[in-house]
Design a protein around this ligand. Sequence first.
Ligand code: RI2
Length: 326
Amino acid sequence: MSDPQLHPTVEATAEEIATMEIRGAATIAAAAATALRSQAIESSASTSENFESTLRAAARCLQTTRPTAVSLPNSLRYVLRRMDGETVGSLRASVIKAADEFVDRLDRAQADLGAIGANRLRDGDRVMTHCHSTDALACIEAAVEQGKTISAVVKETRPRNQGHITARELRELGVDVTLIVDSAARRYLGEVDHVLVGADSIAADGSVINKIGTSGLAVCARDQGTPIMAAAQTIKLHPDTLTGHTVEIEMRDETEVIDPETRGSIGDLTVENPAFDVTPPRYIDAIITERGQFPPESIVTLMRELFGEGVDEPWEEPDAGVAEGS
Ligand code: RI2
């Protein structure tokens, strides 16, 4: 049932993130900040307390949609932390300003990251991609803009086939594309100069949490001696992992893997559909951020600089967890 306090845009955005009509960690982050902006503009709250509480409720609605990409809570945190003012009008203005600023920073971060990633690509290089990552594509786009000729082997990336989006966008850049099924990756690894992937979250130990299949690809790439780079804006750094938390891996619906009719015809079986996996730092050569490229083991230094030792959850109500009457 819909929450009468929430603006329809918030609930629609949450639904689109959950169903992956809006997908990709950076795109999800931008959509969430924009939804908070809509909530702020349309809120009918008459008191500042009510306005703040409604914004927190909107953030909770968005935050619970997908658990793995930390860009989502990081985006909500960015906006809510800057919600400030004595009146509804000033609170509204602060949220609009923060959301606009956040989206603008995302765009600039991706462009800066792309320029850094492009430095690793030489004229004539062939790159293997997995899934669809706007951060990874920004590196190829910048290389192409520098006048380098880049070609790509694109994994289709079951079960959602985001590789098709990558193939289309690379073709639009004029990149020569060979599309392969996921299980053909090892056969082609000897022909490529880099494996280039994105990330949904980066842990403090330098592990890369990305689309399922990344870790197997990375192990094969290491075996083959093919360098693997992960393109990830700092919005992908997972602050909770600084204090020992692990990143939850999203399990998605089995119908993405097999249609109900085929499943029924096979008989009794279990179907599992993990959306992401964890690639340990020893299989990654470089993490490319807008702040420079890092060996994975040193990313923790950047995380401490950005987050200190941890972060709060500003979408929780201030008195949440306090028993009534206590
Ligand atoms: P950008 C995607 O997840 C992929 O795992 C991709 O590597 C990652 O988000 C980062 O994407 P999904 O939303 O932020 O398709 O680089 O499950 O666009």
